[in-house]
Design a protein around this ligand. Structure first.
Ligand SMILES: [Zn+2]
Length: 324
């Protein structure tokens, strides 16, 4: 029962067991003397009622946590003049501003732009390599096609010379030569069309290279300007952070160390907000309304006692319009 939390921490199970045993034994003895079960019944009822009340106390303390945890340490309540507690809100304002600056520094738009530019730069570099490879492949294809055209033209010229020189006398041979010249002309025409088609392809490959080269240069220039803008923004944020950090340190130095330590501990586990004002009955840390009971307990708590919000555990600072 003790381990399961069914008994309060300050209850000794051995002593409780001994009490039950004593009630049974004592009850039995008296029962024999009185010749009645009444003493045993009374003893057992009493001890069972006691166990039940102890269990109930444990259950109640589990179910209802104290609404306001007054003392942050076991050493008793932390007492700090209310005016100094207010300055904890100033400290919180410094820390929130410093946190905002750190967040802004991490999420500067230039950082995302640079990442995008770098990615596109790598893409363009690969596309450029592919376009240049294609261009040089087409170039080789063109040289070969032009050589083919040359070969056919030379052969046709040779044939034409033979024909012009009248070296061919046999009508059959003449006919064959004329036929060959005609078919060479046709072949040359086809090959020249191929060369033209290759040149067109090469032109578009080279246009693509020019386009990608221009984009690559534009990216390089954008990267340079964005990197400079990022450096400028970062420097500005760092300077503001340094100023605020200095002012914060001065402020913190003038506050009760125990309160600042508690504040920092709470802040670390509460999204950067360690202290919050109580304004119009509402904790500005978690935005929960305090119950009437809590407000009444706060009214009865000395001003210089550091209190915490039961809901979010932040240090709750009572201000002029707390609604108390
Ligand atoms: Zn709260």
């Amino acid at each position: 029962m003790h381990e399961r939390g069914e008994l309060p921490a300050d209850t000794d199970p051995d002593r409780l067991a001994m009490a039950i045993l004593a009630a049974v034994q004592g009850g039995l003895v008296l029962t024999q003397v009185a010749r009645s079960t009444e003493p045993l019944e009374i003893a057992l009822d009493t001890v069972i009622d006691h166990v039940a009340s102890v269990v109930e106390r444990a259950r109640a303390s589990r179910a209802v946590r104290p609404r306001i945890r007054w003392a942050p340490t076991r050493g008793g309540p932390l007492n700090v003049a209310l005016a100094d507690q207010w300055r904890l809100l100033d400290l919180q304002a410094f820390d929130s501003r410093i946190d905002q600056l750190a967040h802004r520094r991490r999420t500067l738009p230039e950082t995302a732009t640079i990442a995008e530019l770098n990615a596109r730069r790598d893409q363009v570099r690969d596309l450029l390599v592919a376009a240049e490879t294609e261009d040089s492949d087409i170039g080789r294809e063109q040289v070969k096609a032009e050589a083919d055209v040359d070969q056919v033209r030379q052969r046709a010229e040779r044939d034409q010379k033979r024909l012009d020189a009248g070296q061919v006398s046999s009508p059959k041979e003449l006919e064959s030569l004329q036929h060959e010249i005609a078919s060479l002309a046709k072949r040359q025409g086809d090959l020249e069309d191929t060369v033209l088609e290759i040149m067109e392809r090469r032109e578009s490959a080279q246009a693509r290279i020019a386009e990608l080269t221009a984009e690559r240069d534009q990216i390089a220039s954008d990267l340079a300007s964005t990197t400079a803008a990022l450096a400028a923004a970062t420097t500005e944020i760092d300077a503001e952070t340094a100023t605020l950090t200095g002012e914060r340190a001065t402020l913190a130095g003038g506050l009760a160390g125990e309160m600042v330590t508690l504040y920092e501990k709470v802040r670390a586990g509460s999204d950067g907000v360690g202290a919050a004002a109580l304004r119009r009955g509402r904790c500005e840390g978690c935005h929960m309304e305090l119950s009437t009971t809590d407000l009444n307990r706060l009214r009865a708590t000395p001003d210089d006692e550091v209190v915490r919000c039961e809901e979010c555990r932040r240090i709750l600072i009572r201000v002029a319009d707390s609604g108390l």
